[in-house]
Design a protein around this ligand. Structure first.
Ligand code: SDX
Length: 392
């Protein structure tokens, strides 16, 4: 009666939540959004169409998609006084700190007229969050480098509009290769949702108390920041740079196996995938393609490939079923697109906002859904009587 139930979804682990959004089979390396295999969505869909699918449960027809895209396009601007919020940050604040605080502050701008029990209000909140995340994310980056913010341009599609807000400077037109926008759109698709991961479970738990969607998503952003979760993409780049060259990979693998050395192979392992993360396979192929198309020759890719090869044939990793996950190659692509390392997890947050808000809405729409209240196994002191301080 804690509002949580456990049942065995059939692959040997117990589940505490029912959801119709994303299906993962960790042993088979299967990932589906609303029944559509991630490989097909990666090849044929777009991030905005996937966001619609996650929210509504079905792929949109032409008029549904253009209505959705129109809604998103006309909610991309930040409230003008929201921009002042950034002035409070030190110039070298981590973009994830600025993002979490800025998204939470949306509650201050939109909370009054929002009723979480009203489906229309929930839909508007979803539109606002998906629309504004790129604008806020770009503002975090521009503030950190001291550049003026750029307004969202409604004549651009979602990802290109974001890249313009990130990189456009007043003095010259921004030349963007189509590869950039296509690669980023694909990375957003692959990061859009992933069942009950730590940050999504956080959003659901916070949302289950009736908290507004902006506060719930801000909680998800802070959970995602951890290096064991979304922060891993930033940590992978730092690890590859620390290793430095392919000839140092053997030593890195040795260190990762040494329990006395807290060096972990970032981008390896997963709580659920005990086989290849299907997203890592797609990103690995894309990595080679994007770098070739952009004429980028990044030595870190050689280090990454050597590291993957060494780990996949090492007993320690094979026995523990540690494979590259979604974060292993994504950072190399972000770097090739000109995204700075400290912005990698912000990219993850932009994409995962679609999944987070879909889960937040699903929970509100689930009949009988109650406040989450995980229990514990008590292992503390047995009952005892108070002793006054002079007797201690
Ligand atoms: C994401 O949940 C999701 O769906 C998350 C995510 C999403 O889309 O939302 O997929 C995104 O967060 C991907 C994961 C990104 N994190 C990293 O890449 C960080 C590096 N990986 C590890 O920290 C770790 O693998 C975790 C956090 C991902 C999983 O941690 P677990 O559950 O503790 O790992 P495990 O229980 O499967 O580990 C089993 C063994 C342990 O050793 P033993 O105690 O058996 O001797 O493998 C070891 C671990 O110490 N191990 C590693 C390792 N990961 C696990 N050893 C070296 N390097 C690693 N990366």
């Amino acid at each position: 009666d804690t509002g949580h139930f456990t049942y065995d979804p059939g692959y040997g682990s117990t589940a505490s939540t029912k959801s119709a959004i994303t299906y993962i089979d960790g042993d088979e390396g299967v990932l589906m959004y609303r029944g559509y295999p991630i490989e097909q969505l990666a090849q044929q869909s777009s991030f905005l169409e996937v966001a619609y699918l996650l929210l509504h449960g079905e792929l949109p027809n032409k008029s549904q998609f253009s209505g959705f895209e129109n809604d998103i396009t006309h909610h991309t601007m930040m409230h003008e006084s929201h921009k002042n919020f950034f002035q409070g940050f030190h110039h070298d604040a981590h973009p994830m700190a600025m993002l979490a605080a800025s998204v939470a502050s949306l509650s201050a701008f939109y909370h009054d007229d929002l009723n979480v029990d009203n489906p229309e209000d929930r839909k508007l909140a979803a539109i606002r969050l998906i629309a504004k995340m790129p604008t806020i994310a770009a503002a975090c980056y521009r503030y950190s480098i001291g550049w003026p913010f750029r307004y969202p341009r409604n004549n651009l599609e979602y990802v290109t509009r974001f890249l313009h807000m990130m990189f456009e400077v007043p003095s010259e037109p921004l030349e963007l290769s189509p590869t950039c926008a296509k690669a980023l759109d694909l990375l957003f698709i692959l990061h859009a949702d992933h069942e009950q991961n730590a940050s999504t479970s956080t959003v659901r738990l916070v949302g289950s108390t009736g908290a507004n969607p902006y506060a719930s998503i801000a909680a998800g952003i802070t959970a995602l920041w951890g290096p064991a979760h979304g922060g891993a993409n930033e940590a992978v780049l730092k690890m590859l740079e620390e290793i430095g060259s392919p000839d140092k990979v053997e030593n890195a693998v040795k260190r990762a196996k040494d329990k006395n050395d807290n060096f972990r192979l970032m981008g390896f392992g997963h709580r659920v995938y005990k086989n290849f993360d299907p997203r890592a396979k797609i990103i690995r192929e894309m990595c080679h393609k994007v770098l070739a198309e952009m004429g980028v020759n990044d030595p870190l890719l050689d280090v990454a490939m050597k590291l993957e090869e060494a780990a996949l044939k090492d007993d320690y990793f094979v026995e523990r079923k540690l494979y590259p996950n979604v974060d292993f190659y994504s950072g190399i692509i972000y770097k090739a697109l000109g995204i700075p390392t400290e912005m990698f997890t912000v990219m993850f947050a932009i994409a995962r906002t679609a999944g987070w808000i879909a889960h937040w809405i699903e929970q509100h729409e689930t009949p009988g859904s109650r406040i989450g209240r995980p229990r514990q196994l008590y292992v503390g002191a047995p009952k005892r009587d108070y002793a006054s301080i002079d007797k201690r």
